[in-house]
Design a protein around this ligand. Structure first.
Ligand code: SF4
Length: 215
């Protein structure tokens, strides 16, 4: 039987720059391809190209870095169905695994040991129509919902959606400003003003490496 393969843009060893695992030394596995086109996307280089790699090889390369934390990201990793196999294999190997996903693809079959970091797309992303709301039913307490905010209108959308769906009762909610679109301090002040139980975050890798690929 041929080895099961995935199209991979890069595998690299760095520091987790966001979400609950921020600051941990982490191996990132970036899968190629995404069916969305968020206007502020910072990983457009992952849309095309990549190399077909056997899942066994990917798991071995991840292990060679000796890191407990592994983040499977993209692109949209779930656009490749065999991503589910990779996630389970990485958990079986004893890693603490997180999955960064757009919120547009069904997460129901993701191994429950994986911490899902799931976006909800706000209007200024241009992709809000892609939010798959049924995904909220599949969130576990260790998962996180992330909303990237580019304007006051995005913020109000995010605030209202979190309240309407009572998302903070399910899991942690992260609000993150779009780099260069709004002042991070503005977003921080809105959160304080409205007394929201959401977690403000800045992307650490942008501060450390100015978002260069491979970090
Ligand atoms: S879902 Fe993620 S990878 Fe895809 S376009 Fe949006 S930000 Fe970029």
């Amino acid at each position: 039987m041929p080895a099961e393969r995935l199209r991979i843009t890069e595998i690299f060893h760095s520091i987790q720059g966001e979400a609950d695992a921020i600051g941990w030394r982490t191996v990132f596995v970036r899968l190629t391809g995404c069916p969305l086109r968020c206007v502020w996307c910072d990983t457009e280089y992952s849309f095309y190209g990549g190399d077909w790699r056997a899942i066994d090889d990917i798991v071995a390369e991840v292990a060679s870095h000796g890191a407990k934390h592994v983040c499977v990201t993209g692109g949209e990793p779930l656009a490749q169905k065999r991503c589910l196999i990779l996630l389970t294999r990485l958990c079986d190997a004893g890693h603490d695994v997180s999955l960064e996903t757009s919120g547009a693809l069904d997460v129901a079959q993701v191994d429950p040991r994986v911490r899902k970091v799931m976006d909800l797309k706000a209007p200024d992303s241009g992709e809000a129509k892609r939010n798959l709301w049924s995904n909220l039913e599949h969130l576990l307490p260790h998962d996180q919902v992330k909303i990237v905010i580019a304007s006051r209108a995005d913020y109000e959308w995010a605030r209202d959606v979190v309240a309407e769906h009572r998302i903070t009762e399910r899991c942690m909610v992260l609000f993150s400003p779009v780099h260069g679109a709004i002042e991070p301090r503005e977003l921080a002040e809105w959160i304080i003003e409205d007394k929201l139980d959401v977690r403000f975050q800045l992307q650490l890798h942008k501060l450390l490496w100015n978002d260069a690929a491979g970090h």
